[in-house]
Write a protein that binds this ligand. Structure first.
Ligand code: BTN
Length: 246
């Protein structure tokens, strides 16, 4: 491994865990180093955003990267973490785009989900970035309600992609990305994000904790909010799920 790499600082491999994010949080109490990676072949209770389940059958890449970023702006880290995934997929012949905040899609079907969680341990702020990529998952093993809106690298490029190669490329891409992020060169990353975000220009309905907000997505702010034009009024939405369309 090149000496200037932060990620990975060791990869802890498991056949099955409840959730790599949960496992990662446990290791925070055990003196783990920034850059450590937790990897599992399967998850019994993989989690998505807003407590949703993330089905994790064999053939998927399920990992969590442990980071120690500044707490301020961690929402942006979560948002921008889709970029290294898009770069990785491109190396495997798959062109993808981003749906705000960080779903990775191929022709409207989801190929990767990202769950970034911030936690404090003994006054130190950590971020656990959980990434799930459908590498060679048999899509028939996903819950019936997500099968038609999901895809995999194997389905898209028609070849058998293997989890280890995708892992190696993803960690390299994430390391490059995180160096840029940590140097606070986020302007460049944000421009790239805006170019890849298919939500921009769309009329959307966003489900938030405070109810539904609708409007036309016109920008992503420098702190990661989706800026909506809602009947002529500009609204910044920081958290939520796009109900329609993708
Ligand atoms: C989403 O789209 O809602 C986010 C899905 C995140 C799934 C990954 S798989 C690895 C890590 N461990 C989890 O339990 N979740 C994330």
């Amino acid at each position: 491994m090149e000496s200037d790499r932060l990620i990975p600082q060791g990869i802890s491999r498991y056949d099955i865990v409840s959730s790599t994010n949960e496992k990662a949080k446990e290791t925070l109490d055990e003196g783990v180093q920034e850059g450590a990676v937790i990897l599992a072949a399967r998850q019994a209770s993989g989690r998505g955003r807003y407590g949703r389940a993330w089905a994790s059958p064999p053939g998927g890449l399920y990992l969590s990267i442990i980071l120690k970023p500044e707490e301020r702006g961690v929402q942006l880290l979560s948002l921008l973490s889709g970029l290294p995934v898009v770069h990785t997929l491109r190396r495997f012949g798959v062109e993808s785009s981003l749906k705000w905040p960080n779903d990775v899609l191929v022709n409207g079907r989801k190929i990767c989900g990202i769950l970034c969680e911030g936690v404090y341990r003994r006054n130190v702020f950590w971020a656990v970035v959980g990434i799930g990529i459908n590498v060679a998952v048999d899509l028939r093993r996903l819950p019936p309600d997500v099968q038609s809106s999901a895809t995999s690298i194997r389905r898209e490029n028609g070849r058998d992609a293997d989890v280890e190669s995708v892992l190696a490329d993803l960690l390299k891409e994430y390391d490059d990305f995180y160096k840029t992020y940590a140097k606070q060169e986020t302007g460049r990353l944000l421009s790239e994000y805006r170019g890849m975000c298919t939500t921009l220009g769309e009329s959307v309905v966003i489900e938030t904790a405070k109810g539904r907000i609708s409007g036309r997505a016109i920008d992503v702010s420098s702190d990661g909010a989706l800026v909506l034009d809602s009947g002529g009024r500009k609204i910044e939405v920081f958290e939520g799920t796009i109900a329609k369309p993708s």
